[in-house]
Design a protein around this ligand. Sequence first.
Ligand code: 6GU
Length: 273
Amino acid sequence: MSDLYQKLETCLASVRKRTDFKPEVALILGSGLGDYADEIQIETTIDYTEIEGFPTSTVAGHKGRFVFGYVKNVPVVIMQGRVHYYEGYPMTDVVLPTRLMGMMGAKKLFLTNAAGGVNPNFKPGDFMMITDHITTGIPSPLIGPNIEELGSRFPDMSEVYSKRLREVIRASAEKCGIDLQEGVYVQFTGPAYETPAEVRMAAIWGGDAVGMSTACEAMAARHMGIEVCGISCITNMAAGISKQELNHKEVQKTADRVAKSFKKLVTEIIAGM
Ligand code: 6GU
């Protein structure tokens, strides 16, 4: 057994000492969107610090805990706060929580994030359903000895964001009366926001939004055969698209502004997954 799989087994044992909860859906909450977890029917919570070997987040506004509970009778595990590559963790640690949720039993992964808008048709406060992704600067989370227990050496990535779940998201947005954008998410390393030239590059590549998470977790989940979907909250326009300077406060502010419709949409989607 690989060291990495051993570490995952240790984390799983740590979780299992606390709860035998079997989630169907795993939900990762993005920057500023963490409050969602406080409003579900909570069964139990586990702080990341309580899990042996687990990476813990260092960013203000990112809580660090798993919330286990029910969203309209669907058993879910929610990451209230994720770890980012820019915090200095090896990429295998960044995706460890995702793999762990898969090992807890989650068959579907719902990724959310705050992102910068690249597509000029977007505006701050929009929701973008992720149709595909591009990574730049980050190493693949699958680099290293393949974890045979989880998946194959050369996993297919031709449909990272499930066609079926994309239909569920579209139908849910319509039902909630929420306008939905769609597009390609480009994961940069951060922590600096992109330069205008990098944002133009992302646009030329076919990107619609830029961020610092998500694609790596989606890849790790697909490796395990988990069905994946995702939504970006466009909290601001990316550098050069907007004349405004970018700051984390603005990201939080927009996320707060749309929190109510975000909650409604996410609940509807999970119920339909
Ligand atoms: Cl403009 N860039 C990145 N990388 N992440 C973001 C963002 C921009 N806005 C919110 N998150």
